[in-house]
Design a protein around this ligand. Structure first.
Ligand code: SF4
Length: 352
């Protein structure tokens, strides 16, 4: 257990009283005052919730726990099945890390119950380790996600911009984290950020912490946290190739490492965050543009031109041969394509 640096139990007391009445009911949660959820459910939900909304995660979480009800089941899953089940959630390195972590936990015989032990698992970052330690094992851990960051920046009127202010925010969060009910406290902070201390128009009037909030007292709540100006994202152009034969389309398996690694996909011309695709078709033919997909990745925006070949020569070699397959077009939604290629496939199917 991490040593407590706390000086203020009363903030936690007020917040927990509010949480006991207003906790969000979520499928990976246990209601306040009941035994904590299994570490597997906490871990899985926290990994899914990174950069992703609660509404988007809920159906994925339900499908995952129905198919792989515990970490041992997930550890034995076929990697391609997990990647396909993850399709559409984005940030696919999370799915690869999920499998690696599940296998490490299965080897250990269960999740470690300390923040340090959890942090040592593959792909499990500081935030997730703190959240699982606090919520599943009741350990005192300082859990700071984007919602908590906002609440703390306001409570303490931290006006220095993110991300540079993160250490100060974490230190302040530490001072109000209680020794008891650490998991409920972490979830209460998340809930307050999600439902009351919202990014736009914080509802200070109904906030249980209003009386101790310095940003509210100073009239600057809505302006916090301050964020450093973002660099403009680069704009890339690429092509994806729709190669059809007898009601089936050619799909490849992307290389295991790198962007969308391990995912089933349409063949493309090698675009990535640093450069456009080369625009060179995989074989000679009468290629035409079927449509353009606009897609925003974390570090760049992509215009993906979907190219169809009207008169493909027979016997041509296929891109990624040996790591590809013809997939029935009428079952394309079952291929587990990442969102950018699923959008492209919808354009192709609509034009058939
Ligand atoms: Fe957030 Fe307002 Fe509550 Fe302060 S008083 S914590 S700004 S909702």
């Amino acid at each position: 257990m991490q040593a407590s640096a706390q000086t203020d139990q009363s903030t936690a007391f007020d917040l927990l009283a509010w949480y006991d009445r207003h906790a969000r009911r979520l499928p990976w949660r246990s209601p306040p005052g009941t035994p904590p959820p299994a570490a597997y459910r906490v871990w899985l939900s926290e990994v899914m919730l990174q950069q992703t909304t609660v509404a988007a995660v809920q159906p994925y979480f339900a499908r995952f726990v129905a198919r792989w009800p515990d970490v041992a089941a997930l550890a034995q899953a076929d990697e391609a099945d997990v990647m396909a089940a993850w399709a559409g959630l984005g940030y696919y390195s999370r799915a690869r890390n999920l499998i690696a972590c599940a296998r490490a936990v299965a080897t250990l015989g269960g999740f470690p119950d300390t923040e340090a032990g959890l942090r040592a698992l593959p792909g499990l970052g500081a935030y997730t380790a703190a959240a699982v330690a606090a919520i599943a094992f009741g350990a005192r851990a300082v859990v700071v996600d984007a919602n908590v960051e906002r609440v703390v920046a306001r409570l303490f009127a931290i006006t220095a911009p993110l991300p540079g202010s993160r250490p100060a925010i974490r230190a302040c969060a530490d001072t109000i984290t209680p020794d008891a009910r650490a998991g409920d406290f972490a979830q209460a902070m998340m809930d307050l950020g999600a439902t009351v201390c919202t990014a736009r128009n914080p509802r200070c009037i109904i906030c249980p912490l209003r009386g101790r909030c310095r940003a509210y007292a100073d009239g600057i709540a809505a302006s916090l946290p301050v964020k450093a100006a973002k660099k403009a994202k680069p704009h890339r152009i690429g092509h994806a190739w729709w190669i059809e034969r007898d009601g089936k389309v050619w799909l490849v398996r992307r290389a295991g490492k790198g962007m969308l690694g391990g995912m089933r996909a349409l063949p493309d011309d090698g675009w990535n965050a640093r450069s456009d695709g080369d625009g060179v078709p995989p074989f000679a033919g009468a290629w035409r543009v079927a449509g353009v997909v606009r897609h925003g990745f974390t570090h760049f925006d992509l215009d993906l031109q979907l190219m169809l070949c009207d008169h493909a020569e027979m016997g041509q070699s296929l891109p990624g041969e040996g790591a590809g397959e013809f997939w029935p077009i009428d079952a394309i939604e079952l291929a587990g394509l990442p969102t950018v290629f699923a959008k492209a496939a919808r354009i192709a199917v609509a034009g058939l």
